[in-house]
Design a binder for this molecule. Structure first.
Ligand SMILES: Cc1ncc(COP(=O)(O)O)c(C=O)c1O
Length: 461
């Protein structure tokens, strides 16, 4: 993939062509920034740490929520956002053909990253849509014969919701529990599948809250033996850890562009061709994407996703080393400075993606900690998926108690995270956890060795 800047965008043309003239006044703040950057002056310096103070924006440590787009991805997209704006499905002129060529190249790049054939990739709007198409589509196709689905309690909401939808249509769904490390027991899958009855087993590859890595190859083999199809939501795994559809034996895989340093609003679904996976389309329309996902492809986004996959394929090993080094530095720093720091998920990075650290700080009020940590962008283990203060259903499935779940923070490090950002996160957490604990009577009791669970709290109001 080329890493050269794009030469096709003609600023000269834009300067003289009336169609590009601004239709209104440019706001003062924006104009000032533009003039400053033309003069080589940087008004928005981004992240930097100077002593205790931050300039610019909080340090971004929320890589499971989304990843920043790699500049090389934007370079690849630019020609398709400007000059090559045709409809990739137009067959009668150059505009259509060049857009189509971009899409087909992207299809090869996505396929190559996961060891698939390009003909097995269909583009969607993201992993949510891929999961919907796979789960509903695979189950509905078999509804006359098989009406049972197996999944886990810690899937992403879009998988759980798709399963609920199937339940309303008369399917039976088994939601498997996970161990305290967030990993599914293969024997539990074996016990749950019903030969001749189970249409689909869907187990996510890497969990988005705790990073647990599931034994996909073993689960795929169990599903196959029961004649069921196996789908995995690999939004958090593809591009970050080795992933090969044939080594794993999966039938369908969901991928998201914005989790692999690509653009938002685009994703892919791998659909196995040999043996052919049959699924019912969920959208009626023009029959694009082999009839499985109708609608005009957003080809600039598709091209971006392809470029992101190509970069991931070339640099995954380097990213893994970088991420592991920074994650170790973060967890090691927290543990060196603070006691009673719990890691939700497996300690062993064979069963946890290293870049996802979900940490609990005993005796700290979670929301107060988050308020204090506003200079780092992280996600809280509570209130993660809704506006309520319910602790996350994933942590609950792990058996993390409610109090501790409320003090959980998810740190996500990635390709562009720096050691300075990690050091600042350690410094801020140490300072504020210590301060909040000093204010907590529970902390004193914990230090005295009193088991808080053994206390009978009075219920007077
Ligand atoms: C595991 C997992 N599945 C699915 C999704 C949804 O992906 P998208 O935002 O591409 O729809 C996400 C992201 O939030 C995720 O982490």
């Amino acid at each position: 993939m080329s890493t050269e800047p794009v030469a096709s965008t003609s600023f000269d043309k834009m300067a003289t062509d009336k169609r590009y003239a601004a239709s209104g006044e440019v706001p003062e703040g924006v104009a000032r920034n533009m003039q400053a950057s033309a003069a080589g002056e940087v008004l928005s310096p981004g992240f930097s740490v100077r002593g205790q103070f931050l300039e610019g924006r909080p340090s971004y440590l929320d890589m499971q929520a989304t990843t920043p787009m790699d500049p090389r991805v934007l370079d690849a997209m630019m020609p398709f956002l400007t000059e090559q704006y045709g409809n990739a499905h137009s067959r009668t002129h150059t505009y259509g053909w060049e857009a189509e060529a971009g899409v087909e190249r992207a299809r090869e790049q996505v396929a190559s990253l996961i060891g698939a054939s390009p003909r097995e990739i269909i583009f969607t709007s993201g992993a949510t849509e891929s999961n919907n198409i796979a789960i509903k589509g695979i189950a509905r196709f078999q509804r006359a014969k098989r009406r049972h689905v197996v999944t886990t309690q810690i899937e992403h909401k879009c998988v759980l919701d798709s399963c609920r939808w199937l339940e309303a249509e008369g399917f039976e769904v088994t939601y498997l529990p996970v161990g305290s490390n967030g990993v599914v027991d293969v024997e539990a899958v074996r016990a749950a599948v019903r030969p001749g009855e189970t249409a689909l087993v869907s187990v996510m590859a890497v969990n988005n809250e705790i990073g647990s890595v599931q034994p996909l190859a073993e689960i795929a083999a169990v599903a196959k033996a029961a004649g069921a199809k196996f789908h995995t939501d690999a939004a958090q795994m593809v591009g970050k850890l080795p992933f090969d559809v044939n080594e794993l034996g999966v039938d369908a895989v969901s991928i998201s562009g914005h989790k692999v340093y690509g653009p938002k609003g685009v994703g892919a679904l791998y659909v196995r061709r040999r043996p052919r996976l049959r699924l019912e389309p969920q959208m009626s329309g023009g029959g694009q994407e082999r009839g499985l996902r109708s609608g005009t492809l957003p080809h600039p986004l598709v091209v971006g996703m392809g470029a992101a996959c190509a970069v991931a394929e070339a640099e995954r090993e380097r990213d893994e080393v970088h991420v592991r080094m920074l994650a170790d530095r973060l967890l090691g720093g927290l543990r060196a400075n603070l006691s009673h720091v719990g890691l939700n998920g497996d300690e062993d990075t064979a069963r946890r993606y290293a870049g996802c650290l979900n940490v609990s700080f005993a005796c700290v009020e979670g929301e107060s900690l988050l308020m204090a940590l506003r200079n780092i962008a992280v996600s809280s283990g509570s209130a993660c998926t809704s506006a309520s203060l319910e602790p996350s259903y994933v942590l609950r499935a792990l058996g993390v108690d409610e109090e501790l779940a409320h003090t959980s923070i998810r740190f996500g490090v990635g390709r562009f995270t720096t050691a300075e950002e990690v050091d600042m996160a350690v410094e801020l957490c140490t300072r504020h956890v210590t301060r909040l604990r000093e204010m907590s009577p529970l902390w004193e009791m914990t230090l005295e060795g009193i088991d808080l669970k053994s206390i009978q709290w009075s219920q007077e109001h």
